[in-house]
Design a protein around this ligand. Structure first.
Ligand code: ADE
Ligand code: ZN
Length: 377
């Protein structure tokens, strides 16, 4: 299959890469799969302001949506994770009633549809949403109600992940909550929050409870700490996927001839096909990478690691799946076939049941990429 360039040199569609690809195709229109996004990191600025007024939350610095968005973005770009996380006190501050949680979850699904996302897993820590008097079970139910209403309206499939927080001592309770809410649409369990000083193995009891329930584990690891944190997440806590894993690059040596020499941990992750939920823009903001050009995503993908692209926190990091995908395509010179591979990596790694993953792959993702391919000819 070839297309004609302005100079009439035929270029096979599969050779269209990077900026040549994004100039021809709006990546909003290819099917995308999002596995790593925080519910409390992706609110619409106008919604934050309206919810604050409804709930009498007085902590916002401004009531102008654009100024508020800008304030969140500036706060998140200070080059370290602890300061990146400071903005969340305001988003969780306005998510303290069932109606507010339901609305935020509904809007999340609407935003996913707008962004061309076919399947999304969204995560949050229920423990931060009880100061208005809700129990954690009621908090989860309200979020599920919003996700279900969103799915009915916009057709986006979803899974919910319950986060425990690394700095808190109640991770076992969070794990038990996740297991209890499984039939509502909770698909897994995560450990989030500041990484440095909070090793995952401190929460091993919670992860063992999840394993005993034949349930699923993803852990933020290798974002603000090195390979030791990734190793603990895998070998103490049984993680099935890793959030970020950016610092896995510290276990890879680039030899003078440009080939990669993998350490034992990197080799294990490659061989076992451990999915890496990578988040480019958020990593730049938290200082996990010094620049986007130096982000290890490109080298991990090239070497065959099971990587996928994610947003992490759309509000805080001013991003979308379309933006992350476009950025990765242009920075790492990806083709449409590469983007399909990344999307399949994500869908195969989702915590949704196998039958649902297969259905999405064959009924949505493959036809969507075939259509995109045809549109380029
Ligand atoms: N919660 C929200 N965003 C996070 C991140 N990037 N790392 C850890 N916890 C988070
Ligand atoms: Zn995250």
């Amino acid at each position: 299959m070839v297309l004609n360039t302005p100079m009439n040199h035929p270029i096979p569609v599969d050779h269209l890469r990077g900026k040549d690809l994004t100039a021809r195709l709006n990546l909003r229109d290819i099917p995308k799969v999002l596995l790593h996004e925080h519910l409390d990191g992706g609110l619409r600025p106008a919604t934050v302001i309206e919810l604050a007024a409804e709930q009498g939350y007085a902590g916002l610095p401004t009531t102008d949506p654009e100024a508020l968005a800008d304030w969140f973005h500036r706060g998140a770009q200070r080059g370290n994770l602890p300061e990146y996380l400071e903005g969340f006190q305001h988003t969780t501050g306005v998510m303290q009633t069932a109606d507010a949680l339901e609305r935020v979850a509904f809007e999340f699904i609407e935003d996913m549809a707008e962004d061309g996302v076919a399947y999304a897993e969204v995560r949050f820590a229920p423990v931060f949403h009880t100061s208005g008097g809700l129990t954690q079970d009621e908090v989860v139910q309200a979020v599920v109600n919003g996700l279900r209403r969103g799915e009915k309206s916009f057709g986006v499939r979803w899974g919910l992940i319950i986060c425990a927080m690394r700095h808190l001592k109640d991770s076992l309770e969070a794990a038990e909550l996740a297991i209890r809410c499984r039939d509502l649409g909770v698909v897994g369990f995560d450990l989030a929050g500041g990484e440095d000083g909070f090793p995952p193995k401190k929460h091993v009891e919670a992860f063992q409870a999840i394993e005993r329930a034949n349930f699923y584990i993803t852990i933020h690891a290798g974002e603000a700490y090195g390979p030791e944190s990734i190793w603990q997440a895998l070998q103490y806590c049984g993680a099935h996927r890793l959030g970020h894993a950016t610092r896995l690059r510290d276990d890879i040596e680039i030899l003078p001839d440009g080939t990669m020499k993998l350490g034992r941990l990197a080799q294990y992750i490659l061989d076992r096909r451990v999915p890496l939920e990578m988040c480019l823009i958020s990593n730049l903001h938290t200082g996990a990478c010094a620049s986007l050009e130096e982000h290890p995503f490109g080298m991990f993908f090239q070497r065959g690691f099971r990587v996928c692209l994610n947003t992490d926190d759309r509000l805080m990091s001013d991003t979308t799946m379309t933006k992350e995908t476009t950025l990765a395509t242009e920075l790492f010179d990806l083709s449409l076939a590469d983007l399909e591979k990344l999307t399949l990596n994500a869908m195969k790694s989702a915590f949704a049941p196998f039958d649902e993953r297969i259905k999405l792959i064959y009924q949505t993702i493959k036809p969507g990429f075939a259509k995109a391919h045809a549109s380029l000819m």
